[in-house]
Design a protein around this ligand. Structure first.
Ligand SMILES: Cc1cc2nc3c(=O)[nH]c(=O)nc-3n(C[C@H](O)[C@H](O)[C@H](O)COP(=O)(O)O)c2cc1C
Length: 284
């Protein structure tokens, strides 16, 4: 019985990774932790949720698990903010009008990069703080991203689905005011969570020959690898619509690289650096 479960899990991981990378990676059914690997390999974001709440105690448990993530120098520069108040939630969701499905998510939270506490420690303990430069921002952002990822893993383990929301940074200054964020605390990303209404699907990623390197970085075959990825991805999940038709016209073949190139042909969040500086981060 146990053997059968492990063999099924090993096959599930192989199938998920084949869909993801277009490559079969053999998985030994005797490996420990196959259920965790199966969840990680089968990752997908969820944007459609059942009309079923998440118990506050469960949410608090998942946040505690997330905040157990590793932290650069043990500086603990990440916070989570749960949006509980209905009006507060509405105000934040109104700043992301292109994502109306957010209104149906039982939980909305904001993951914060906190560069505020470390300088406060210097003040409280009457020490100099000669580290007010880009690394303070970078470390806080990295810590916060790790906490967000860990939350998603914990949530997936109990059957919840999530979607991170960088859209919360579209109007970062408004978000900051609404949330009362102090100096050097900025939203890294929002995150909505709930019980998934549908299974969702695995999004193919660039092949491991592109993103997994050995000994030296290589990109001599990048153009061919991207073409191959575009075709593999389009065969599994073709885009339903082409972006910016009026600017770029209709492409005979519309793949991931065309979509991302079109997306980034527009300036996006070009005021974010000014916001980060205005929040007191020094980026030199
Ligand atoms: C940091 C971050 C920010 C994201 N922001 C958004 C967002 O604002 N809106 C959205 O619909 N999805 C957002 N996503 C979800 C991505 O679109 C999604 O992860 C990607 O399409 C790949 O799909 P998958 O995670 O199911 O493999 C974000 C993901 C990450 C990691």
């Amino acid at each position: 019985m146990q053997d059968r479960i492990e063999t099924e899990l090993a096959t599930r991981i192989e199938e998920s990774l084949a869909q993801r990378f277009g490559e079969r990676l053999p998985v030994d059914p005797a490996l420990a932790g196959l259920d965790e690997l199966a969840r990680i390999a089968g990752h997908r974001v969820h944007r459609d949720f059942l009309d079923r709440p998440i118990e506050p105690a469960l949410l608090r448990l998942l946040c505690a698990c997330a905040l157990s993530a590793p932290s650069k120098s043990d500086l603990q520069q990440a916070d989570i903010l749960i949006l509980d108040d209905t009006q507060q939630r509405r105000s934040i969701i109104a700043l992301m009008p292109e994502m109306p499905w957010l209104a149906r998510a039982p939980v909305l939270m904001v993951f914060l990069a906190n560069g505020n506490r470390t300088p406060q420690l210097a003040r409280l303990r009457e020490k100099p703080f000669p580290n007010d430069h880009l690394d303070l921002f970078f470390n806080a952002a990295v810590d916060s991203a790790i906490v967000l990822t860990t939350f998603m893993r914990a949530a997936a383990a109990v059957g919840l689905g999530c979607c991170p929301l960088s859209a919360i940074r579209d109007q970062a200054a408004r978000v900051s005011d609404l949330l009362g964020l102090p100096e050097r605390v900025i939203p890294l990303a929002g995150l909505c969570a709930g019980w998934p209404a549908r299974e969702g699907h695995i999004t193919p990623r660039l092949g491991l020959e592109t993103t997994l390197h050995q000994d030296r970085y290589r990109q001599d075959a990048l153009a061919q690898q991207i073409d191959a990825y575009d075709r593999r991805r389009a065969a599994a999940h073709p885009y339903g619509r082409q972006r910016a038709l009026e600017r770029f016209g209709e492409a005979a073949f519309y793949g991931w690289s065309e979509d991302k190139a079109r997306q980034y042909a527009e300036p996006l969040r070009s005021d974010f650096g000014a916001f980060v500086r205005a929040k007191g981060f020094r980026l030199e």
